[in-house]
Ligand binder design. Structure first.
Ligand code: NI
Length: 167
């Protein structure tokens, strides 16, 4: 899928790195370099046992994110993703590879609709529920400089977890 390039595990930026609070730029051209980046992001997400990763988190301020909820799923590459509709609300636990050692209880939508381009530049419209909706909101937030700690149900709903556990 990535033309035989050797994939790299990238460094994941962590708080308080200011890039996590910056807005990523819209992508105008999907080229070989971007596809290599997508492959490296998928490799990095797998290496860190995460279910999603956004450009900011690997030091790239471009609107690209990858999501893969289970080993059986194909990784999703989302370019210029936007949430176009949100429905309902639930409280759910969440963590982030950029905030290791913590988890929190956040407000998320029950269902969202997402619009993005795929790696060929084709328009995707995907409806997600539960964990997929949560991942869509979490990753598009990253690209807008937002983090899950901005959506805590209350300020005390953030707790420490053992350092080796997956966020
Ligand atoms: Ni995250």
């Amino acid at each position: 899928m990535f033309g035989g390039d050797v994939l790299a595990v990238l460094t994941i930026r962590k708080l308080p790195d200011p890039i996590l609070r910056q807005k990523a730029k819209r992508i105008r051209h999907i080229d070989k370099g971007l596809l290599k980046l997508a492959g490296d992001m998928i490799e990095t997400m797998h290496d860190a046992n995460g279910v999603g990763l956004a450009g900011n988190q690997v030091g790239i301020l471009q609107q690209i994110a990858v999501i893969q909820l289970t080993d059986e799923d194909e990784p999703l590459i989302l370019i210029n993703p936007e949430i176009t509709r949100r429905e309902g609300e639930r409280h759910v636990e969440e963590g982030c590879l950029s905030i290791p050692g913590y988890r929190g209880l956040v407000r998320r939508s029950l269902k969202v609709k997402l619009r993005a381009l795929d790696k060929k530049g084709k328009l995707l419209r995907i409806e997600g529920e539960e964990l997929l909706a949560q991942a869509f909101e979490h990753e598009t937030d990253h690209l807008n400089g937002k983090l899950y700690i901005d959506h805590l149900v209350s300020r005390d709903k953030l707790w420490k977890i053992p350092p080796d556990s997956v966020g």
